[in-house]
Write a new protein. Structure first.
Lengths: 205, 278
């Protein structure tokens, strides 16, 4: 699949949800590196972390990125031009008013936060305005969620399994969401940068 | 699946929550919606019902069926010395002030099965002020409270708790505070004299009396902002001047209506102090 064939690239993206597990944190850095606070939509990141991780991912990302990166607290509003990272050991969801909600309910797919949990709630709130991306990982979390995103008209993308250090997660997501292929980290970066440019020209024009 | 169908499900959930409230007086209408939808979806799958309308019909007519739904609203996930570092902050910044009171009361609102209360009791005992404390442990879940009251836990809970106890600044060994029997552990009976377990619904019930400290961790995340504000207002009214409020690790007063009534004692540990008004 080339970038030009990307379905829905012309539609309005109201939010971006990115999920990853083993082998994804480097990819995250790569795909977010080109973005700034001018990015026209909120970005939410659900990355499987060690339960004792106390904001390390946020710190590392924050230092390396131009776009602001924050760790989500309960009821924090989703803001455009900002990356919101789910805290370790909590499930993250989003409410219809666009504020994040957390829970300590049991892990899903052995994971907390779980991609499935976030994608399902995000699909309900942002519907066709959601772009959801599944990156490298060694389990199947995110597959059911990505399917829900597509069912509600959202745009679903997976990291090309051939480029993933752990292909199981993007592969499962690709299959369950019924996608024909994936994108390399470089292509995902370009897609996001294009969304930012389009948002900018949209605002000035 | 079209958006229309999804809206129907939203309406069905509203009606179910309304039915529960009108029929049984349990008010879940202002619980955080995303969590409610997740848990009810789980219940729907477990119940064998096809739609939420079917659930509502049965809930209205079958109290037994209703009692199967309730546990889905009070999932009591907890542990001993959860977020150990907060106990370090409590020892350093709160205990010195508690010492200045001849007697003090602590309210654990949403105490689940009691681990949080025993953790506090152990810490206070090690600081030498447990005898002056009265701990009130409340929750909406009766089964959870029963567990707390017995003070009996499976040994693996204590094993996991032991590592957390050390990180929480424990002075000795966690086993100084319980007795192991086969596969279970019983918390030291001396704790029971100072701890009262009681049922209390934060969404409906009134104040629990004047407190020097209120601990409410990982409960407010299950409420929407309106209900959070109401409960925080209740806490504000229940706190003595200069009293302490402890929230969960990712809970903050920032987005609430009472933010100005408290000052942070330790923002990272989510420990706040009620402002003294002139
Ligand atoms: C996740 S547990 C938190 C336990 C403990 N505070 C901790 O942080 O480890 C949430 C608890 O809140 C209780 N709860 C839910 N709704 C409540 C209400 N309206 N009033 C009182 N407790 C409630 C649940 O029954 C459950 O035990």
């Amino acid at each position: 699949m080339t970038l030009m064939d990307l379905p829905g690239c012309e539609r309005d993206i109201r939010a971006v949800a990115i999920g990853g597990s083993a082998g994804a944190s480097g990819v995250l850095r790569e795909i977010l590196a080109g973005l700034t606070r001018a990015f026209p939509a909120p970005i939410a990141v659900v990355q499987h972390l060690h339960p004792d991780d106390r904001g390390l991912l946020v710190e590392n990302l924050g230092r390396a990125m131009r776009i602001p990166v924050v760790e989500v607290q309960d009821k924090m509003p989703a803001r455009p031009g900002q990356v919101h990272v789910a805290p370790a050991d909590y499930h993250m969801m989003v409410e219809r008013d666009g504020a994040f909600a957390l829970s300590v309910d049991d892990p899903v797919q052995w994971s907390r936060p779980s991609l499935d949990v976030f994608f399902l709630s995000a699909a309900k709130v942002w519907r066709s305005g959601l772009l959801a991306i599944v990156l490298s990982g060694a389990n199947e979390d995110g597959a059911a969620g990505l399917r829900a995103v597509r069912l509600r008209g959202g745009m679903a993308v997976v990291q090309d399994p051939a480029t993933a250090r752990f292909p199981k997660m993007p592969l499962a997501a690709m299959t369950q969401a019924g996608l024909g292929g994936g994108m390399s980290p470089g292509q995902i970066a370009v897609l996001l940068e294009r969304l930012e440019r389009r948002g900018r020209s949209g605002r000035s024009g | 699946m079209s958006d229309g169908v999804l809206d129907i499900e939203g309406i069905e959930i509203n009606l179910l929550l309304e039915a529960i409230f009108q029929r049984y007086g349990y008010d879940f209408r202002d619980y955080a919606r995303a969590s409610v939808e997740r848990r009810l979806a789980q219940f729907l799958a477990d119940s064998g019902c096809g739609t939420f309308s079917e659930v509502t019909a049965r809930v209205l007519r079958e109290p037994q069926f209703f009692h199967q739904v309730v546990p889905y609203f009070s999932i009591s996930v907890t542990s001993l010395f959860r977020d150990p570092f907060i106990y370090l902050a409590l020892r350093e910044k709160v205990v010195p002030l508690l010492r200045t009171w001849p007697h003090f009361k602590v309210w654990h609102a949403g105490c689940a099965t009691g681990e949080e209360v025993y953790s506090m009791a152990i810490m206070l005992r090690e600081e030498g002020i447990f005898e002056r404390a009265r701990l009130y442990a409340t929750d909406i879940s009766q089964p959870a409270l029963e567990t707390g009251k017995t003070g009996i836990y499976p040994l693996d809970i204590l094993k996991k708790g032991s590592a957390a106890y050390q990180k929480a600044g424990g002075r000795g060994s966690l086993s100084d505070h319980y007795h192991a029997r086969y596969e279970a552990a019983v918390m030291d009976a001396a704790f029971a004299r100072q701890i009262t377990f009681a049922r209390h619904n934060l969404a409906m019930d009134k104040s629990f009396g004047e407190m020097q400290m209120i601990v409410c961790r990982n409960v407010l995340i299950y409420f929407n902002q309106d209900l959070q504000n109401l409960v925080l207002q209740l806490f504000l009214e229940s706190l003595d001047h200069g009293g302490f409020l402890c929230l969960g690790d990712k809970e903050t007063l920032t987005f609430s209506s009472v933010a100005d009534s408290f000052v942070a004692v330790d923002e990272k540990a989510r420990i706040y102090k009620k402002r003294v008004r002139r």
